[in-house]
Ligand binder design. Structure first.
Ligand code: BDP
Length: 676
């Protein structure tokens, strides 16, 4: 059989992804430290459950060679979650203002010891943001929207009576990286989440989270008053509706005194919201905020909105939210996805960052890999997030980054009930990276990768280098083989895994079609968001607007995001748009091969079953990278009518074949055993 035939047989074989046995240490995440010999002597001036956890972690983790003294409450100069650690005398003193500060200190100390910090050190640490939150997209039926690591952690039918042991393991993992808030359920929220029976279950989970410094939040459905409260309306300005929410909130706090608040997706993708009643997002958010304020709860209101009517979806969040800047109550945080469209492999940062000057803004990142290969592909997301956080908004002046424009970070969780939590060992690094960056936004992807590799595999220096390189190149690889040069939304209609730039579903919303975004045609490719097109560039500060507006100056990585370019137009790298595009797709495939080699180089240094399992993922990833390259280049080639430039491999798959299996995800998830 030819390579092409074998590949299509493999792709078409109906078989699910084989799940290898999961190594027991995978369940321990980055906390699989080898216990130091002996038990440390640890004293603590408090006996609350949080303080006890901190002391116990140190007792178990430090070993007999270090004694520790935890002093909570004395350090008045520290902020609430901040801590100071001093081991200069050979004896460790931990000072914090609060119990949770001491807990964070304990995890940091243990981490630093494993990373082999110098013996005579003292340091303080405080979080970059007060709210560091995971958003679970978990449904009451146990499914997870865009989840690739099994079913939901939350065993709703067993709650509140029976608690899974994983709840506490999960709380501990979060606390160890500083995550302090968790939204338990999907933003596409079922109104039933607020039913009294459900709330008792939520309270049981909150009880497990509390000692670990984690506050529980719920995503709510805006029409709950009508859906489960028997009210004729859910209009936020209706007195009965406001009363219903007040009572509901009071009832929640009676069960969960430290309840965090609500996360709201409103008037987005068909969900109800204040606009259904002629009200604004601010009207809706502020009504909820008033109900929560007496309890110190917050409303996290999402800015992920777009309607089918507008000519450019990328502009809509700004159009709807900027006029409301300054009109949100103090306990409202507007949560903005990192890019203006929707968690694509690469987007420029959302222009709402920096522009909302009088509103608390959170960045929403997607830890679950909906658009970066699910848990099948190895894609370390820290480089992407770092790119966003360090982007200069130039607002109100040069040097003001996205990181400095936000007050909170939220990440869509990649956690499920799979024994390895995230679907593969490397995906755990994304959970870890999110927590670490939310705690310290100055950490670089390299620092985080190094930490994670050392904590997870016990490898450092030269031994760790191949994994570090593989992780650090992986995001760019995914961008290259999926959507280079600013292309976006080329995903298949029925799922967000493989390519379907040719997708054409009669009657579907145009802005759900890839062609809306790539605009490939005989005259060129890309979405014209310049001043000659949708003028989305004008939503950025002048310096950036000018840069992005010019096809000559616009960074190549965003070129087709902002410009419709002729196939033969020259690029900054001295090639043509078509040739550059082909080169990127090829580079993506080549990068995955390089990742395979790097992974091969650590065989023998990693538990064999983990090594083998990641090896399988990489084979799948290579197959898919080829599939993306072949699909996109052949399809775009029908417009460009230009040959593949030298160095770009001939396709293995025919466009017609790909068109046939493109809609059926079950038919191509099997690893191509023995093929590559
Ligand atoms: C999209 C997801 C969809 C989510 C939506 C959101 O495909 O499942 O509901 O984002 O963030 O990317 O609300």
């Amino acid at each position: 059989m030819t390579n092409r035939k074998i590949l299509s047989v493999v792709l078409l074989a109906a078989s699910a992804l084989s799940h290898a046995t999961i190594h027991p240490s995978d369940t321990l995440l980055w906390l699989r430290r080898t216990p130091a010999p002996g038990t440390a002597t640890v004293t603590c001036n408090r006996t609350t459950s949080t303080a006890r956890i901190a002391a116990d972690e140190l007792r178990r983790g430090l070993g007999a060679d270090l004694t520790a003294d935890i002093r909570i409450g004395a350090a008045k100069d520290l902020s609430s979650e901040q801590y100071r650690i001093d081991i200069r005398s050979g004896h460790c003193v931990i000072a914090s203002r609060t119990d949770v500060g001491a807990l964070y200190a304990a995890y940091d100390l243990l981490r630093q010891r494993q990373l082999r910090l110098p013996a005579d050190t003292a340091w303080t640490s405080a979080p970059s943001y007060g709210l560091r939150m995971l958003n679970h997209w978990d449904n009451l039926d146990g499914t997870i929207e865009r989840g690739y690591a099994g079913r939901s952690l939350w065993q709703w039918s067993d709650l509140p009576g029976k608690l899974s042991v994983r709840y506490e393991q999960y709380a501990r993992a979060n606390a160890s990286i500083g995550i302090n808030a968790v939204v338990l359920n999907n933003v596409n929220a079922a109104p039933e989440m607020l039913a009294d029976t459900c709330l008792r279950k939520v309270a049981a989970i909150a009880d497990v989270m509390r000692p670990y410094g984690i506050r529980v939040f719920l995503a709510i459905n805006f029409s709950s008053p009508a859906a489960i409260g028997g009210l004729p309306t859910s209009d936020p300005l209706d007195a009965g509706v406001a009363r219903w929410w007040r009572r509901k909130v009071d009832a929640i706090y009676a069960l969960i005194p430290d309840f965090g608040g609500f996360l709201v997706k409103a008037n987005s993708e068909g969900l109800p919201g204040p606009q259904d009643f002629g009200r604004t997002h601010a009207d809706g958010a502020n009504m909820l905020a008033r109900a929560l304020a007496p309890h110190k709860g917050v409303v996290v209101w999402r800015a992920f909105v777009y309607s089918p009517s507008d000519a450019d979806r990328a502009k809509q969040a700004c159009q709807e939210f900027l006029p409301l800047d300054g009109r949100f109550a103090d306990n409202v945080v507007v949560q903005v996805k990192n890019g203006p469209v929707d968690f694509q492999p690469r987007e420029p940062f959302s222009p709402l960052f920096g522009a909302m000057r009088h509103t608390a803004v959170a960045a929403e990142l997607q830890i679950t890999q909906e658009y970066t290969g699910f848990s099948n592909h190895i894609c370390f997301l820290a480089p992407m997030w770092h790119e966003v956080l360090t982007a200069d908004t130039h607002r109100p002046h040069d040097g003001c980054t996205v990181a400095s424009a936000i007050t909170a970070m939220a990440g869509v969780a990649n956690v499920g009930d799979s024994p390895d939590w995230c679907g593969n060992t490397l995906a755990q690094a994304n959970w870890y990276a999110f927590g670490r960056m939310a705690w310290d936004n100055a950490l670089t992807p390299q620092q985080i990768a190094r930490e994670w590799i050392a904590l997870t595999f016990g490898l450092k220096g030269k031994d760790a280098e191949p994994i570090e390189r593989m992780m650090l190149m992986s995001h760019e690889a995914v961008v290259d083989y999926m959507m280079p040069m600013g292309l976006h939304h080329l995903f298949a209609w029925g799922h967000h895994y493989g390519p379907e730039p040719w997708c054409d579903v009669p009657g579907a919303r145009p802005d759900w079609m890839p062609s809306y975004y790539h605009k490939a045609a005989p005259d060129g490719i890309g979405f014209d968001r310049s001043s000659r097109g949708s003028n989305a560039v004008a939503q950025y500060a002048d310096t950036l607007a000018r840069l992005y507006d010019s096809p000559q100056l616009c960074p190549e990585k965003y070129l087709l995001w902002f410009h419709h370019m002729a196939w033969d137009a020259p690029t900054a790298s001295g090639s043509t748009v078509w040739d550059a595009l082909c080169a990127h797709y090829q580079a993506g495939v080549d990068s995955v091969r390089a990742m395979q080699k790097l992974w091969q180089a650590v065989s023998g240094k990693i538990e064999p079953d983990i090594h083998e399992s990641i090896g399988r993922h990489l084979r799948t990833q290579l197959r898919d990278a080829i599939w993306w390259k072949d699909g996109c280049l052949q399809y775009f080639g029908t417009f460009s009518r230009r040959p593949l430039p030298a160095g770009v491999e001939e396709p293995m798959l025919e466009l017609d074949e790909m068109r046939r299996f493109g809609l059926d995800i079950d038919n191509y998830t099997c690893p191509p055993r023995g093929f590559f």
